[in-house]
Design a binder for this molecule. Structure first.
Ligand code: TXE
Length: 500
């Protein structure tokens, strides 16, 4: 087939969006509008309103009213499940459109965007079952005169702030579980990738979610995001983004109403490769772990920690994989690595590459921008002779840059892996079950992969140790995170009097 025939075309005009409150779009009107250019092509693709603080208040009021009158939390699990199931089906129906806008705004390959959207539909389908399974506990052992119940109640109005690296996926790792718990939502997507969050709000309304349960405000982090984290009528906030902003979220919660927080922050995730691993599999997995989404994943495997006896050979194997991976136009079906999402991120990555060079690391491959005539692309980059103090070994780069550090013993591998302020994810590659289990137990990370990487799905929870965050998303753990626990003591029969 002619390659050009497998490339989607760009939109002729950018799509105009409003923001979403109480079950319907509010048009931009006289508000300022943010025009988003496709990072792979530099052409305008969407226009998104910059909401004001009054707009945010309106969205919070809508979510507050929907929660307080119990129009959603008062339904039984079966009714909530039906809405979530319909939403899953509608996501599948509109999958092409959602994936297209995800690629246009983010720059990720279209095939990857489609796979992510299918995964998102699955999350709604899975969470629908959880809406029916969520339950508490009982104590029937308190004596004949007493029964104890532990019930779970939805926390209330939940604010969600999401980043630009997986705009739809990260949203769908939260929304269906939050709705399954009975909470209502005000979401604020990243200013550069708001389209698919707005499309999800449309879908939920069409699926029968009562008005006011899913609201979306759009605009910058420093204005509308900051106002959301400080909002006194928001009961819980789920934030995904940089550790620096995560700190502001914690401070704002302390200053306002001590809202409950869920935080998913940065990562500097180890890939530990032992000499007895299937090295071919490991090289492929390691290349995937840092190349996927151009390394702009909080769980990217950015630190390769490899047994010294195979280190040189293995680094050549990874270099060979990088040489074959298809970098290019995100709208091309064949592309495996697309564009860098923002100019700021592109500058950050290139500055780290320069720092790696000046700090004395040895560049094995990559290290430069790739020129496709438009957009911004960075070649997968591999650094050897990296030491523990170098900034490329310590700081989250959030780009396709992999550092290599050798080790001699299992203990040393574990020590290097844990030598970071983060604890989001880790992978280990070995055919020795003892080593695999020892490493899995002792490396501090919220997600672990053995002889694979970046595997996921709706069943298993997500979240980090150390400065990578608080709490867990997805799975039943994710639903429970959005509930409060109430203890109920029930007296049976005649009370033993206090006053005779
Ligand atoms: O993140 P920000 P940025 C890391 C990654 C990247 C760096 C900077 O290392 O290079 O962060 O990316 C909103 N109050 N991660 O600047 O600023 C913002 O509008 C409330 C890791 O894009 O943290 C967006 O919706 N909200 C990460 C969201 O926060 C604020 C994913 C994330 O933006 C705000 C993304 C404020 N004061 C970046 N300021 C991961 N864990 O996956 C910004 N925001």
């Amino acid at each position: 087939m002619d390659k050009s025939s497998t490339r989607l075309s760009l939109p002729t005009n950018p799509r105009e969006f409003g923001f979403f409150v109480d079950g319907a779009y509010v048009p931009a009107g006289s508000r300022e509008v943010f025009s988003r250019n496709s990072p792979g092509h530099d052409v305008p693709v969407t226009r998104i309103p910059k909401c004001t603080e009054e707009d945010l208040d309106m969205a919070v009021d809508s979510a507050r009213a929907a929660f307080d009158d119990r129009r959603w939390s008062g339904l039984n699990g079966q009714a909530r499940a039906a809405v979530l199931l319909r939403a899953g089906a509608l996501i599948r129906e509109r999958a092409k459109e959602i994936a297209y806008f995800e690629t246009l705004e983010n720059g990720k390959p279209i095939s990857q965007a489609r796979a992510e959207v299918a995964g998102c539909a699955d999350m709604f389908e899975y969470a629908s079952g959880l809406a029916r399974s969520l339950h508490g506990d009982s104590f029937n052992n308190l004596g004949d005169g007493m029964l104890g119940l532990v019930t779970r109640e939805p926390v209330g109005v939940v604010g969600i702030i999401t980043p630009w690296n997986f705009p739809f996926l990260i949203l769908c790792e939260r929304v269906p579980y939050i709705l399954a718990s009975g909470c209502t939502i005000v979401a604020k997507p990243s200013e550069v990738t708001s389209a698919t969050t707005l499309i999800l709000a449309e879908i939920l309304t069409e699926a029968g979610l009562p008005h006011g349960c899913m609201n979306v405000v759009t605009g910058s982090g420093s204005t509308i995001g900051q106002a959301l984290i400080e909002h006194p009528r928001v009961d819980m906030l789920s934030f995904t983004g940089s550790t620096a902003v995560g700190r502001r979220v914690v401070e704002a919660a302390g200053r306002s109403n001590f809202k409950k927080l869920g935080l998913e922050l940065g990562g500097k995730n180890p890939q530990i490769v032992f000499a007895d691993a299937d090295l071919e599999d490991a090289a492929d997995g390691v290349a995937f772990g840092i190349g996927f989404n151009t390394g702009q994943c909080c769980v990217s495997g950015s630190r390769l920690i490899v047994e010294r006896t195979v280190a040189e050979k293995f680094s050549q194997m990874v270099r060979d994989k990088f040489a074959k991976v298809v970098v290019g136009d995100p709208l091309d079906e064949a592309t495996q690595i697309g564009a860098i999402t923002t100019d700021a991120q592109n500058r950050t990555i290139m500055a780290y590459i320069e720092k790696g060079r000046t700090e004395g690391a040895r560049l094995i491959c990559g290290g430069e921008q790739m020129d496709f005539g438009r957009g911004r692309y960075i070649a997968p980059t591999l650094f050897a002779d990296v030491t523990a103090e170098m900034s490329i070994a310590r700081e989250e780069i959030f780009g396709p840059v992999l550092t290599i550090m050798p080790f001699d013993t299992v203990d040393e591998a574990i020590k290097i892996a844990n030598d970071t302020e983060y604890g989001l994810a880790a992978s280990v590659w070995t055919k020795n079950i003892d080593k695999a289990l020892m490493v899995t137990r002792r490396v501090q990370a919220g997600r672990f992969w053995v002889n694979t990487t970046l595997a996921g799905g709706p069943e298993l929870p997500l979240g980090g140790f150390k400065q990578s965050g608080w709490g867990r998303e997805a799975g039943m753990y994710g639903v429970e995170e959005y509930t409060q626990i109430k203890s109920v003591h029930i007296e049976i029969g005649k009370r033993t009097p206090w006053i005779a």
